[in-house]
Design a protein around this ligand. Sequence first.
Ligand code: CMP
Length: 141
Amino acid sequence: MRSRDAKIELLRSVALFGRCTRKELARLAALSDEVEVPAGKVMTREGEPGREFFVILEGRAKVSRRGRRIATLERGAFFGEMALLDQGPRSATVEAESPMTLLVLSDRNFFALVEELPSVTRGILRGLAVRLRDHEKTHTH
Ligand code: CMP
C-alpha cells in the first residue's frame, strides 16, 4: 500500500483534484480506496443499480450503451456519478480495457465529497455538462 503522503501526491496530480488544498486532499484520501482491476473487469453494468463512484488513476475504460461504444475514458476521468445522483440504474456499462488503478468512493462518501470539496463538485458538474452537450450533439438533428 502507498503511504498516506504518496496517496495525497498522487491525488494532487489528477486534474479533477488540482484545486484542492492539502487538507482537502487528505480528506479525499480518507474517503476513498485505491483499487486495481484487470482488463475486462466490468465496473458498472447498464440498467443495474450501483452504489460507487470511480476516478481513473491509471488505465483506460470503454463506456457502452446497448452494446455500442459511446466513449473512452482515461486517466483523470470519472464515472458512476449518475446513478448516485438520481438513484436510478446505471446509464451505461463501463469496462476496463487495460489493467486499471481506480479511486473508488461509496455513495455515502461520494456525497460527503460533494458537500465538503466544492472544487471537485464543480469539476463533476462541468463533466456532466460536457457529457450532456455531447449527447445533444449526437441526438439532435
Ligand atoms: P452511471 O450511470 O452511474 O454509470 C455509468 C456511467 O458511465 C455514468 O454514470 C457516467 O459516469 C458514464 N457515462 C454515461 N454516459 C457517458 C458518456 N456519454 N460519456 C462518458 N461517460 C458516460
